[in-house]
Design a protein around this ligand. Structure first.
Ligand code: SF4
Length: 253
């Protein structure tokens, strides 16, 4: 039998609101073609019962993204003002459909640990890692060589997540608060990042403003407290003009 292109590493209630979610790991066999992320195993945190596109347009994505401001809001049965850089109808929808065709076997956290051994893993290529029990991540990631990830829910989540992920921050105040909790921070700014950089922050080297110097798979700075890098990261808001405009509405200095 051909090796599956992905596996389900968690199927159960969201730790954010108790609704059913799945976590699919892809890129197990081959390198990703995404230029910014490179050769990382990707993990997709999705509502199990409704597709990602339906979830985004009904607000059911709160189960996997919490109260992240980049989700946008629902008006007249439709999402408006979304500024998340993830394009839902591409990878997340494909992964959800493939999962529901039964193409991804479900594995236990210890089986995931063996699959992930020696690899680099992105926690939450879509979706917030804190929607998933920390114990699942802790077991699955135990033998990985490196990790990257972000949470927007750092204010309410277990600080255990600071080991593996960055606190996503939309303001300097967010960054100050997240640092006080023990997180390293990944701050998005509406200003040019090189000029807006704070002490102990570096500009993301994969960003346009830093000249697209590397990929996440080479850099690996955004791996929380267990990353080799110790600095915090800042990046200028990016994505399509519409998304940048939406994000600029709530990004604060
Ligand atoms: S700082 Fe490094 S790991 Fe973080 S987003 Fe930029 S390139 Fe990726």
């Amino acid at each position: 039998m051909a090796k599956p292109s992905g596996v389900i590493i968690y199927r159960g209630p969201s730790q954010l609101d108790g609704q059913p979610i799945i976590v699919v790991a892809t890129g197990i066999a081959k390198a990703s073609s995404n230029e910014k992320t490179g050769d990382l195993i990707q993990t997709w945190i999705l509502r199990d019962d409704v597709s990602p596109t339906v979830a985004v347009n009904t607000g059911a994505d709160a189960s996997i993204c919490g109260t992240c401001p980049h989700r946008g809001r629902i008006e007249g049965g439709k999402n408006v003002g979304r500024s998340c850089y993830v394009t839902i109808f591409q990878a997340p929808l494909n992964v959800w459909k493939t999962a529901h065709r039964g193409k991804y076997p479900q594995v236990t956290p210890s089986e995931a640990r063996a699959i992930f051994a020696g690899r680099k893993v992105r926690l939450g290529s879509y979706g917030d890692p804190v929607a998933v029990p920390f114990a699942v991540w802790a077991e699955a990631l135990a033998d990985t060589s490196a990790r990257t990830g972000y949470t927007h829910a750092w204010r309410g989540a277990s600080v255990d997540f600071a080991q593996y992920v960055m606190a996503s921050c939309d303001s300097v105040q967010d960054a100050v608060d997240a640092k006080a909790l023990g997180y390293r921070t990944f701050r998005v700014t509406a200003l040019p990042a090189p000029q807006d950089k704070r002490p102990r922050e570096i500009v993301c080297p994969a960003s346009k403003e830093a000249g697209y110097k590397t990929t996440c798979a080479s850099c690996l700075a955004c791996g929380g407290l267990t990353a080799k890098a110790k600095a915090d990261v800042v990046i200028t808001v990016h994505g399509s003009a519409g998304k940048m405009n939406n994000a600029s509405a709530f990004l604060a200095a």
